[in-house]
Design a protein around this ligand. Structure first.
Ligand code: FE2
Length: 426
């Protein structure tokens, strides 16, 4: 028997050691000691072999634009939106596409092979929509890219946003977005949730809304989002992104809200790097940290992932396309430090994020798409601790990135000459 590719000796996320045999774009066997010919053999002995990292919340039209035309001095969401408004008229199709493709290269190098990106539809030219539709097609052999029609300046607040959202969906965007907390009034925000969910239901699309990205505890659009998901039968197809206002809400209200979100099958995607940086900017001390209530939502049976949101753009001056950075920050801010919780954080940036995106054939199982990442770590928690080298990335059956193991040479008296940060207890 002959395969196209065998990944040998890797440690799977569940701790078992197995070889993975691949034919074409599919995994055809996972078992120890596969002894067969293959077009290529990747030696993953002793390294973690995981399904690819997944980012369900990103802005690929804005990425890598940091400093254009200036930086965000206050660091707030509102200045970020204003700054993006200054940059928008200067955007060109070519520049948006070039930056997005450069970002996709980074993503591949980090084992990040599925991304949901919002695309601002408030520029009447819709050039970012066109550019990212082209990018989606070009990266399809290695990245699953979903595009959300996102009325950044407000579905009602921005003059043509309503019409442009429909045009963008007609052009082929996959998902309906929104930003209720940025509409002129709470009532408009509520109305926008209702209308946008209606559009999604009518077209058979998923919904992913920027929802309550504010420190205002009275921003409760998630309640309406859950209500509409329930009313329109959209269970399992609606995601609320950010939900930062929940950090500041009254506990009694949250005790009513969480079961409603769970019952409506609405998932949640906080964005820890961005939430910790942007929220609480109007506070003195104690200063709120702005991340939504992750352990409490998980406890209530709500599907919760972690998204990246921004890399080098008007809202965030850093970022690396590494979802393990995101998990690392999420773990800290949500204080998810028990062994089970840390392990869960790894699942959130892989399997749960894939579920939020509704990806088919994801995961290391026979019959699924042969996409995986080999990490220089012994297990998922160590991967979060080290955020290590991605030694090999396989996308749909093909090796798309490789890198060598990094060790530091030491020059210290009476000490080993090499240090390796991996750790074996005992
Ligand atoms: Fe966002």
């Amino acid at each position: 028997m002959s395969f196209d590719l065998i990944v040998k000796g890797g440690i799977l996320p569940d701790g078992k050691t197995a070889d993975i045999a691949i034919a074409g774009e599919r995994i055809v066997a996972i078992e120890p000691g596969i002894d067969a010919e293959a077009g290529r053999i990747v030696d993953a002995t002793g390294n973690l072999v995981a399904p690819p990292l997944v980012d369900p919340h990103f802005h690929m039209d804005a990425t890598l634009s940091y400093g254009l035309p200036r930086i965000n001095a206050s660091g707030t969401l509102l200045e970020g939106i204003a700054l993006w408004g200054e940059l928008k008229p200067l955007l060109t199709h070519e520049a948006v596409k070039e930056r997005a493709l450069a970002y996709c290269d980074w993503a591949v190098s980090m084992g990040l092979l599925a991304i949901r990106s919002h695309v601002d539809v408030c520029d009447d030219r819709l050039l970012a929509v066109e550019a990212l539709l082209e990018v989606k097609k070009e990266v399809a052999p290695y990245i699953d890219l979903q595009l959300v029609a996102f009325p950044q300046d407000g579905f009602y607040r921005s003059p043509n946003a309503r019409e442009n959202t429909i045009r963008a969906l007609d052009m082929g965007l996959d998902i309906v977005g929104g930003i209720p907390h940025f509409e002129r009034t709470m009532a408009d925000g509520t109305r926008s949730v209702t209308e946008l969910c209606g559009i999604a239901a009518e077209r058979g699309l998923m919904v992913d809304m920027h929802c309550d990205e504010t420190d205002d505890p009275n921003s409760r659009h998630i309640e309406q989002l859950a209500y509409e998901a329930q009313r329109l039968g959209l269970q399992g197809r609606v995601n609320g992104s950010h939900l930062t206002s929940m950090h500041s809400m009254d506990n009694y209200y949250v005790s009513k809200l969480l079961p409603l979100i769970a019952e409506a099958g609405v998932s949640a995607c906080p964005n820890p790097l961005i939430n910790i940086v942007i929220q609480g900017r109007h506070d003195t001390y104690p200063k709120r940290r702005g991340m939504t209530r992750v352990p409490e939502m998980l406890e209530a049976g709500i599907k919760v992932g972690f998204g990246q949101d921004c890399v080098l753009d008007p809202w965030y001056p850093l970022g690396t396309a590494d979802m393990l950075d995101v998990a690392f920050m999420g773990l800290h801010v949500a204080q998810m430090t028990s062994p089970a919780d840390m392990r869960r954080c790894f699942d959130m940036v892989t399997r749960t994020n894939a579920e939020i995106m509704g990806l088919d054939d994801y995961g290391l199982e026979v019959g699924n798409k042969a996409s995986l990442v080999v990490l220089d770590a012994g297990n998922p928690v160590e991967a979060i601790r080290l955020r290590p080298e991605r030694l090999c990335v396989v996308a749909k059956g093909k090796v798309v990135a490789e890198r060598t193991q990094q060790k530091t040479r030491l020059s210290l008296p009476d000490r080993p000459n090499e240090v390796w940060r991996r750790h074996q207890a005992g």
